[in-house]
Design a protein around this ligand. Structure first.
Ligand code: CTP
Length: 404
């Protein structure tokens, strides 16, 4: 069980077309074990029925400050008491204005004002409304007051225009909200993560790569960010959308990855080598497309630099975490790899089991031995791995990093 499982969120809907996405958001949060209490403004009920939110959350939905069914007439106090977070999604320009100026003329704005917990808003509006200096001023005020603003995103809008102002998608919002609940074990630390495959050029259109999806590296980068770290993700070519709030450096070849890592690693505290870096690269890549003929073709390959071993052998190395994808003799090969590369922590899995899969089974190796992590989705494995890493890091680096 992870921490956010028993959390309570008050989900406030205001009157925008993006209210339909709040239905999916409520469902996703519930699926993650979060209790969701929906509160809607009168305008929100014109876009989504209160009955819909009630059915999705399994709880009565409140819309009215004067609701006679609330026993002591104190809904604005009762609803936010005991909540771990109030999330306004969608948050209209009008509602952001109200929040920024402390207005309280309906149930939702009143309970935002009477709260003790963090407040998160997911703006949703037309491009011009978002860009209007008044809205920008209100958003800046909210940020200065410690309100978390998630999004908006850019893209096509309900009004037919295209631009900034779309509410974040429900799955992205759910991930971001759950991330806010994670303990900040890596606050103040810089974490560099490599992810994905590399692509080694043979000629203008061909190359050598592998089947790594990058999912594990991206999950680790996200969890490190959620644990409070500043994260740099050095990524080979993947089809993945990087999580917001992470500095991403996109690279292609093993040599590119090495130079990107060298640029960032000098002032990092934790380095996680998750990338499936090519061990060999064509010696003489051709600039033009090679033409075929009837002869057997050999491509001469030269070994690449081992990026992880390189980082771990620096004079003052960061805390280095390696990955080992083995096809057999997992324990023996993984522990030998950990010792050879001088790593305090290594996560190993069976290549045939993990590559391209949504889930993985990991075994962690450190100086105290072997720690198996049972099969789980990659994000959960990333959380367990980084929790273990934070503990080891705190033990070896004194007060830097908090102890899980
Ligand atoms: N790694 C790296 N640079 C390389 C090769 C590997 O940084 N040129 C890192 C990977 O990111 C991973 C670890 O080293 O964290 C182990 O990678 P793996 O491919 O399992 O092992 P290799 O060292 O390449 O050994 P082998 O292929 O013989 O198993």
């Amino acid at each position: 069980m992870t921490e956010h499982r028993q959390k309570r969120i008050v989900l406030g809907l205001t009157g925008g077309i993006a209210a339909f996405k709040a239905c999916e958001l409520a469902r996703r949060l519930q699926q993650q074990g979060v209790a969701v209490q929906a509160v809607m403004t009168e305008a929100a009920t014109r876009f989504v029925g209160a009955a819909t939110m009630q059915a999705l959350t399994g709880r009565p939905v409140f819309t009215d400050l004067w609701d006679p069914s609330i026993e002591n007439g104190m809904a604005h106090i009762d609803l936010s008491r005991g909540a771990d977070m109030i999330v306004i999604a969608p948050a209209t320009a009008d509602f952001l204005g109200k929040l920024a100026h402390g207005l309280a003329d309906d149930l939702l704005s009143t309970l935002c004002l009477a709260r003790e917990c963090p407040l998160v808003v997911a703006p949703a509006m037309n491009r011009q409304m978002w860009e209007n200096p008044a809205t920008q001023r209100n958003v800046a005020l909210l940020r200065a007051d410690g309100v978390t603003v998630l999004g908006p995103d850019s893209g096509s809008q309900a009004c037919g225009e295209s631009g900034m102002g779309r509410m974040l998608e429900a799955d992205t919002l759910a991930d971001e909200l759950l991330g806010l609940f994670e303990p900040k074990w890596l606050a103040g630390l810089h974490v560099v993560v490599t992810a994905g495959p590399t692509f080694e050029k043979i000629d203008a259109v061909r190359g050598i790569t592998n089947r790594s999806s990058g999912r594990m590296g991206y999950a680790i980068a996200r969890i490190a960010r959620d644990f409070g770290a500043r994260v740099t993700l050095v990524s080979g070519p993947t089809g993945l959308e990087p999580p917001p709030g992470i500095a991403v450096e996109s690279v292609r070849s093993a040599a590119d990855m090495l130079s990107a890592v060298e640029k960032h690693v000098a002032n990092c505290h934790i380095f996680v080598g998750v990338a499936a870096v090519a061990d060999y690269t064509p010696l003489n890549p051709q600039d033009q497309k090679m033409k075929k003929d009837a002869r057997i073709l050999s491509v001469e390959l030269a070994p690449t630099v081992d990026i992880l071993a390189n980082v771990a052998s620096r004079a003052d190395p960061p805390f280095c975490i390696g990955f080992a994808a083995e096809s057999e003799n997992l324990d023996e090969y993984a522990e030998a790899k950990r010792r050879r590369k001088h790593l305090p922590l290594l996560a190993a899995n069976l290549a045939q089991d993990a590559i391209g899969s949504e889930e993985s089974e990991l075994v962690l190796f450190d100086d105290s031995g072997r720690h198996p992590l049972p099969r789980a989705p990659k994000l959960e494995q990333a959380r367990r791995l980084m929790e273990h890493a934070a503990r080891l890091y705190a033990a070896t680096n004194g007060q830097r990093g908090a102890t899980p």
